[in-house]
Design a protein around this ligand. Structure first.
Ligand SMILES: [Zn+2]
Length: 467
């Protein structure tokens, strides 16, 4: 007697797309059975005829920032958005008030996420206090990995970024050595700070405060230079460096040069670098202010090529909720709003739409939004695959319908600032999201509860560098 059986679906497994029934018991996938198996008894039998059955997406770059800024969202609201988007696990970045840079703060955030999360969650730690004891404490608590900004903290936000921003190379060098000892992944926000400052000063001196000025202050070479710097530093240190949100051709070219000479670093990109360009700034104004900025058509083409050829091993959202008020105040002065936009609810929709249109295979889409992230961070095969003994984190996806993004179907507390995606029509739709064997989202409604998500702890010995 199983808890749940999902039958008649097209199941995406590591072996391909298989017509099997999935049997779930005690939060785990316990059997994959032939479709004609007659002996199935379960409390719940789900008929997935006509649907793809996918491993839940794992968003390895996510911000809810709780307990800071409840107006923008918290673990409850933002993980509802995740569930509605087929994301069954999020890795929350350490930006918060205070920044997640000590064991005590880590424990506080872990308790908060345990109480509020609708989906599974891993928590990043910030190593930038350069304190080995605190780093060890956070690792022992189960940190999913580390995050370092190569830029300085945005004006007025020092406490959120304390222990996170290391614009000075000697500090970065020490931090990489410390995180290398842990065996965990270290994600880098790679933009070269002195050059951003210089470009920004030039623009401000010329009286520029329009929306496109933001992009001009952070051209692709500031990203390329930072990637070259950190990967050069890391050649002898061999930390598990992972480049966050790589945005275009120049940074990708530099990244590939290091890969060609044996670097084990990995890199991700985000849907907004695949689906939008700097031209979208004219459509949505300050809502498109994101770091790194949206780029040109040639960058979009390069990033698509990067995910197809495997240079970029994950697509992740950098989901960053801000209120519409915060964004609107930058209409007349772009320097006045923080960078970032929501997007967790569109990750799977966007990548599966691309697969259905033949821009990549369904297997590639699943690898990019689920399997590869699980492998990279050391949580595979419990996460990231439909196979026996994996956690029952599963999405039922209907390729025959269309999904139009509108505020009334979004769940982020900051849905009013999700203007990049508003009105977009994706082929396909998310029917049901199952987290640890329990249905959390069904037919447009959240049916789970706070606390349904479970903590995700990495195994450093399984951190995969072979991408
Ligand atoms: Zn981020």
């Amino acid at each position: 007697m199983y808890d749940t059986v999902i039958k008649n679906g097209s199941v995406v497994t590591p072996n391909g797309i298989e017509n099997v029934s999935i049997a779930i018991k005690d939060k785990k996938i316990v059997a994959l059975l032939a479709q004609d198996e007659q002996q199935l008894t379960a409390e719940l039998i789900i008929d997935a005829t006509g649907l793809y059955v996918l491993p839940g997406a794992i968003d390895i770059h996510f911000h809810c920032r709780a307990p800071a800024y409840p107006d923008r969202g918290d673990f409850a609201t933002e993980t509802q958005a995740a569930a509605a988007g087929g994301v069954t696990t999020i890795f929350e970045m350490p930006i918060s008030k205070p920044c997640c840079a000590t064991g005590d703060i880590f424990r506080m955030r872990k308790a908060l996420a345990a109480a509020d999360s609708y989906v599974n969650y891993g928590l990043y730690a910030a190593p930038g206090l350069l304190d080995r004891d605190e780093i060890e404490d956070m690792v022992n608590e189960g940190a999913i990995g580390f995050k370092i900004f190569m830029t300085s903290a945005p004006a007025g936000r020092d406490d959120e970024f304390e222990g996170l921003c290391l614009p000075n190379v000697p500090d970065l060098y020490q931090a990489l050595k410390l995180v290398a000892e842990t065996g965990l992944v270290c994600a880098l926000h790679a933009e070269y700070d002195p050059l951003i400052d210089w470009h920004t000063q030039q623009l401000k001196a010329a009286g520029r405060n329009d929306v496109p000025a933001h992009g001009e202050s952070r051209p692709p070479h500031v990203e390329a230079l930072a990637i070259a710097a950190v990967l050069t530093l890391n050649e002898k240190i061999n930390a598990n460096v992972h480049i966050a949100h790589l945005s275009g051709k120049e940074p990708l070219d530099v990244f590939r040069r290091f890969k060609a000479t044996g670097s084990t670093a990995t890199a991700e990109t985000c849907p907004h670098y695949l689906f939008f360009t700097e031209q979208d700034i004219h459509r949505v104004g300050p809502y498109a202010k994101i770091n790194p900025p949206l780029r040109k058509d040639e960058d979009v083409a390069a990033v698509w090529e990067g995910i197809r050829d495997g240079s970029l091993m994950a697509v992740t959202t950098d989901h960053s909720p801000f209120t519409a008020e915060e964004k609107e105040r930058a209409r007349t002065d772009i320097w006045l709003t923080p960078p970032g936009a929501p997007g967790v609810q569109e990750l799977m929709l966007g990548m599966m739409d691309a697969a259905l249109r033949g821009k990549l295979t369904i297997q590639q889409a699943v690898n990019l939004i689920s399997t590869n992230g699980a492998k990279r961070f050391g949580v595979y095969p419990e996460k990231g695959a439909i196979m026996v003994n994996a956690d029952a984190d599963i999405v039922l996806y209907d390729p025959s319908v269309q999904t139009t993004i509108s505020e009334d179907m979004l769940f982020s507390k900051s849905k009013a600032s999700d203007k990049l995606y508003e009105g977009m029509v994706f082929q396909g739709g998310i029917v049901r999201t199952i987290v640890n064997g329990k249905t959390i989202f069904l037919n447009g409604q959240i049916v789970g509860e706070r606390g349904d998500g479970a903590f995700v702890r990495p195994d450093p010995s399984r951190v995969d560098t072979t991408f």
